[in-house]
Design a protein around this ligand. Structure first.
Ligand SMILES: Nc1ncnc2c1ncn2[C@@H]1O[C@H](COP(=O)(O)OP(=O)(O)OP(=O)(O)O)[C@@H](O)[C@H]1O
Ligand SMILES: [Mg+2]
Length: 361
């Protein structure tokens, strides 16, 4: 079975062809970084227009590289949310059009499921149930993955996502966009112990995350240094980047340790700790998690960095996993800006309750 995967939920236009053995026949991606760089972040309108301009060519290039025709496809998987709604609509509509034209099954995919199942594409030993740390530009969650479509959320961020924090801190330091890789490069030249930054929720009960206070602390630190010395020197930037990255890793390890305790109630011995999403590309985080997995006697699986950030291969693969179970969608499937993996999970700590007025409306 061969599936075409289409990804357009944010600022990567991507298409990939993957077969049911997990062989990636083509994986084509165009990053929109240069379209958004001027603004220091993703502009939704520009993202949608850029997908529209490039997606056809990217799909044709993937088909050509894989050397197959649309008739040979077993299905079309397209991201249907969550994400920037205009951007999602471009990929989903394109997927529907190809599926309808060639009378193929459509799999309208949750982008987060693409990330969640991505380790199984390249690591055949990852079996259900596994503990998933999903760390990306828009999300930060710890989940038990019991099967395809079966997610139990143990914790989530109560404010920002770590990728967003990396991007914001890089912007504050003038390191450019996207911030994750820029912080990682700068951090190599800095000392992680130079500044004591807060580690929000570390040591607190549960598996939730918080990053907004850490972001603010970096902002205040920069202001303090500027008042003292007049400007931020290069070495200050490296040291702040390194201290920030260190604080993020500390939080991640602490929250994942708590989640491991809960996972052990489901899977007493062995099992898998799986990490996915763009921030999982961070080598310092990968190193810290390797240490935790070793201490906790759990097998760690993290995809190659190129499969951590958004890509078409993870969408094609999640499509294959769904198709194998007969889980297909109608051509009337509506795109979703928000789409939690575990809809039954309650509101996270500190998020309050919906107001009475809202409920009446
Ligand atoms: N090496 C790295 N270190 C830290 N962060 C990184 C690294 N590489 C990428 N990132 C961050 O990962 C994020 C992008 O990840 P991803 O593509 O999974 O997010 P997204 O698709 O925008 O969000 P979501 O998947 O939640 O919808 C960006 O915020 C980026 O800064
Ligand atoms: Mg993503």
């Amino acid at each position: 079975m061969i599936v075409l995967g289409i990804e357009s939920s944010c600022d990567e236009t991507a298409a990939a062809i993957v077969n049911s053995e997990g062989k990636i026949l083509a994986n084509i991606l165009r990053s929109q970084i240069s379209d958004h760089q001027l603004y220091g972040g993703v502009v939704p309108e520009i993202a949608a227009r850029s997908h529209l301009e490039h997606l056809d060519r990217i799909i044709f290039t993937a088909m050509e590289k894989a050397d197959i025709s649309f008739n040979q496809l077993g299905g079309i998987a397209a991201t249907a949310g969550p994400g920037l709604i205009g951007a999602v609509m471009v990929g989903l509509m394109t997927g529907k059009a190809i599926a309808a034209t060639f009378q193929k099954p459509l799999i309208a995919l949750n982008h987060l499921e693409g990330h969640a199942l991505s380790p199984r594409l390249t690591d055949k030993e990852v079996t259900f149930p596994y503990l998933l740390l999903l760390v990306s530009g828009g999300h930060c969650q710890l989940l038990i993955v019991n099967g395809v479509g079966k997610y139990e959320r143990l914790g989530t961020t109560i404010d920002d996502a770590p990728g967003e924090a990396f991007d914001k801190v890089a912007k504050l330091l003038g390191l450019g966009y996207p911030g994750g890789p820029a912080i990682e490069r700068a951090a190599i030249l800095g000392n992680p112990k130079s500044f004591k930054l807060p580690t929000p929720l570390k040591g607190r009960k549960g598996c939730d995350f918080s990053f907004s206070g850490l972001k603010t602390a970096v902002y205040q630190l920069i202001q303090k240094i500027k008042v003292k010395t007049g400007e931020l020197e290069e070495q200050h930037k490296f040291d702040i980047a390194s201290s920030f990255q260190h604080a993020v890793c500390e939080v991640m390890i602490n929250r994942t340790t708590h989640a491991l305790d809960k996972y052990r109630k489901v899977c007493q011995i062995g099992g898998h700790l799986v990490v996915a999403g763009g921030v999982a590309a961070n080598s310092e985080l990968r190193k810290s998690l390797k240490g935790l997995a070793h201490e906790s006697n759990i097998r760690l699986s993290i995809p190659h960095p190129s499969l951590c950030t958004d890509n078409g291969a993870m969408i094609a693969w999640a499509g294959i996993e769904r198709l194998k179970l007969g889980l297909v969608d109608g051509y009337d499937f509506a795109p979703k800006a928000r789409w939690p993996l575990d809809p039954k999970a309650g509101r996270p700590l500190g998020m309050g309750k919906p107001g009475k007025l809202g409920m009446k409306a």
